[in-house]
Design a binder for this molecule. Structure first.
Ligand SMILES: [Zn+2]
Length: 410
């Protein structure tokens, strides 16, 4: 008996068999939700007698799915045992791909990583060959992890761009107009698959295991090559009708006649993003501005982008910092509009640029204060992401766990 079989359909079709299976399912779900519990707590939670819960729990203990995790610490008297789900009874796979790398991790039931690989070099392209390579990497990772694939309950895949999570389509990468991408990937990696927008998964990672300390209304900014937000309201991710919410980078901001890669012009990203920074840096050099950072014309824009960020971070290069400060003022102005609109309690700055710390946080904070309503601004606390590059994979593992185990809440 493993988590999958207990959460699956009952094999005994008799009424008593179905009832017994349902009770064991309820015990397992309660333990997953509470972390650990005593028999008395389970009995109260499930409104079932102590002897009945004890009997069902003994079967789960005998199968190894539930473990005795020690005595409860209280004062005096006989201390009752605490029970929890065996950490290795099921696993959740989180995968993230961006333009130049991919990250994969496997978490157990306790949301502890048993295997993780961050930022392996990978070129994400909108082609079937790239998709095949992507899935091969995932399969190789699972094989190398020593985790029994049959115990992996599902995978959440994070991709950039427009993702319709409900229908399982990705519109910017691995696009197939005839079949949902989740179906194709599921066939290739032999697991149930959920598709998620990369920024939304990062937001949920910070919410679940990162900088968030109980706040329920959060805006997470992913300031990287592109710019996007993930929004959590009342403890749940906000998707909008089809899952396209949060596209802050395409907020119509400037009358600058600059084309954005989305097809529109004047989007926030045309002046404030990783790809805009590369253009701005090259232009500044061509106008005679001085910098410690040199650009090799043979380098890809992505390589230049990382070089400019590290120029600001490690060498504190004035030109790099000035350009980024200007970008942050623009981002802060648009974020001011966003917080006026939704009144969050926490704004988390994440993504590649967040490693610059105060060089990014201070100009954003200043611009937020300048442009947002005073009362709304006083409500919001600005913090830097603490998960950094792990945020997306952590978020993915939590998202697939919640989707499979608590679909009613997802
Ligand atoms: Zn755009």
């Amino acid at each position: 008996m493993n988590l999958k079989t207990v959460l699956g359909n009952c094999e005994d079709n008799s009424l008593s068999g179905i009832k017994w299976h349902a009770l064991k399912q309820s015990i397992v779900k309660s333990l997953l939700s509470m972390g650990d519990a005593t028999i008395a707590e389970l009995s109260t939670d499930l409104q079932s007698s102590v002897p009945t819960v004890t009997k069902a729990l003994n079967e789960l203990l005998a199968s190894g799915l539930v473990i005795d995790s020690g005595k409860i610490s209280n004062s005096g008297g006989r201390r009752p045992s605490l029970y929890s789900i065996a950490p290795e009874s099921a696993y959740f796979l989180g995968v993230e791909a961006n333009r130049s790398s991919m990250s994969i991790g496997i978490q157990n039931v306790k949301n502890e990583f048993v295997s993780i690989d961050l930022n392996s070099s990978f070129i994400l392209e909108n082609s079937y060959e790239s998709l095949l390579e992507f899935c091969k990497r995932i399969n190789d990772f699972i094989d190398d992890s020593q985790v029994d694939r049959s115990l992996i309950i599902g995978a959440c895949i994070n991709l950039s761009g427009r993702i319709n999570s409900k229908e399982g389509f990705s519109y910017n990468y691995f696009f197939d107009e005839n079949r949902p991408l989740v179906e194709i990937i599921s066939e290739l990696i032999h697991l149930p698959v959920f598709l998620e927008n990369d920024t939304r998964a990062m937001a949920f990672g910070e919410y679940s295991q990162g900088v968030v300390e109980g706040e329920q209304n959060i805006v997470f900014l992913n300031y990287s090559w592109g710019v996007g937000t993930g929004i959590v309201t009342n403890g749940k991710l906000y998707y909008g009708k089809s899952g396209y919410s949060g596209e802050l980078g395409h907020w119509p901001t400037f009358d600058n006649n600059k084309l954005c890669h989305c097809g529109k012009s004047g989007c926030l990203e045309t002046e404030a993003s990783g790809w805009a920074l590369v253009e701005q840096f090259k232009k500044a050099l061509s106008e005679g501005k001085k910098s410690h950072i040199s650009i090799d014309p043979h380098q890809s824009p992505m390589q230049m982008y990382h070089k400019i960020i590290s120029g600001a971070l490690i060498q504190e290069d004035n030109l790099c910092i000035d350009l980024i400060t200007k970008q942050c003022e623009n981002i802060g102005r648009i974020l001011a509009g966003l917080i006026n609109l939704i009144n969050p309690e926490l704004l988390v700055i994440g993504g590649d640029f967040s490693q610059l710390g105060d060089f990014v946080l201070l100009p954003i904070q200043s611009s937020l204060k300048k442009y947002s309503l005073g009362l709304v601004n006083r409500d919001v606390v600005l913090k830097k992401s603490i998960l950094g590059r792990r945020a997306g994979v952590i978020g993915a593992c939590y998202i697939i766990k919640n989707r499979v185990l608590f679909p009613e809440d997802a």
